[in-house]
Design a protein around this ligand. Sequence first.
Ligand SMILES: Nc1ncnc2c1ncn2[C@@H]1O[C@H](COP(=O)(O)OP(=O)(O)OP(=O)(O)O)[C@@H](O)[C@H]1O
Ligand SMILES: [Mg+2]
Length: 172
Amino acid sequence: MSAHIHSDTPAHPGQPGRPERRTFETDGPGQTARVGRQLATALEPGDTVLVAGDLGAGKTCFIQGICAGLGVGEPVTSPTFTLVNEYDGQPGRVPVAHFDLYRLDSPDAVLELGFDEYADTCVCLVEWGDRFPEIMPSDAITVHIEIGDGTRRMLEITGAGKAVAGLEGAAC
Ligand SMILES: Nc1ncnc2c1ncn2[C@@H]1O[C@H](COP(=O)(O)OP(=O)(O)OP(=O)(O)O)[C@@H](O)[C@H]1O
Ligand SMILES: [Mg+2]
């Protein structure tokens, strides 16, 4: 891919408990989705990805890329009104839950949707994932998308597990 890639902690990839950080600069939705697709390669049930960024930053686009990488066959759209979408795991594929916290006004409202159980059993993907940090798994992967000029976006991905450690990213 042609997105610019940056890694500032390349020395000990995958060490437990040691957060890794990768940054990507993308130009256009295809490149953002491809970063999500790359992240998906090491995601497993029980992993949570919190995606933050302003309206229209590309949170859904990034999650569409993750879902493509996980083999989700159905359309992936922001669950803005439904609040959570479940994508059926095909045989041999992982179950995926896709949340949008934009319209939820308290942590309790998120928990009432069954968040904890989804987080334990699915790959759990959360738009506006920075809203209620107090109830999010402490080992969640975080993705922040910053809007740049035109179709440019800056992505910052952090997490201690192998999914982030394995993201292609030459030190520079
Ligand atoms: N580099 C880029 N990455 C992602 N999206 C981009 C990029 N450049 C332009 N876009 C456009 O930005 C929009 C991103 O929409 P998307 O629905 O993914 O954002 P969102 O953060 O989920 O928004 P919302 O807060 O409404 O849920 C799309 O129209 C997409 O085509
Ligand atoms: Mg969205």
